[in-house]
Design a protein around this ligand. Sequence first.
Ligand code: C5P
Length: 241
Amino acid sequence: MKSMSPLDRLVVALDVPSANEAVALADSLSGAVGVLKVGLELFCAEGPDIVRRIQKYAPVFLDLKLHDIPTTVKRAMSAVLDLDPLLINIHALGGLDMMKAASETIKAHRQSGGRTRLLAVTILTSMDSAALEQLNIAGEPSEAALRLALLAKRAGCDGVVCSARESAMTRAECGDDFLLLTPGIRPLGAETQDQVRVVTPSEAVKSGSNWIVVGRPITRAPDPAAAAKAILSEMAGAEGT
Ligand code: C5P
């Protein structure tokens, strides 16, 4: 992966219910964020067209977290790859064969000129030790996340979505080329809302995250572009740029 600027690294979560709100936000953030994240709420409400409409402002991370039998994931992925998002994701808990089916689909897309990278979600940050125990998943969330990151790498995924608190360990185990995208980011002084274990943008970059995902601290700020630019400055400070 070429070296990334703070702008390249900043992903904003467009967690809004309608296309009009998403387009207005994308427009106001143009030039202040590197990637626009379209999640399930927006995609289910508005369909693929919302991706086409906002791609003129910045590349898109299609955060659909696919999880199904390998053939279904492969076919669903083929359908959305026509949009050529920058990033797309699946659940690592779908297993090795499902992840292999997804990564083969992405590789074929890239061979025909596409740019999309495939990330696997390891353990959702909303799941704690008790939730893993209910599912008979062994170990602490961070141990399970690392096992799944290594499995995702073996399956040919380009990287994982993980907690920034797991970035350094995942980077050490999975290597420099493995891509890490981390949500749960809060600038110093920002409200944590429902995120429990938050990390600042500069801490996330220092611990090896390629991309940081920020939602409400930007989208609910009185001036979203100014909030995004403050985060870019904080990251630039961390990188000494
Ligand atoms: O508003 P906030 O910055 O908390 O938004 C974070 C975004 O990252 C949301 O879209 C949320 O769904 C997503 N996310 C997360 N934790 C994960 C995976 C995704 O917060 N483990």
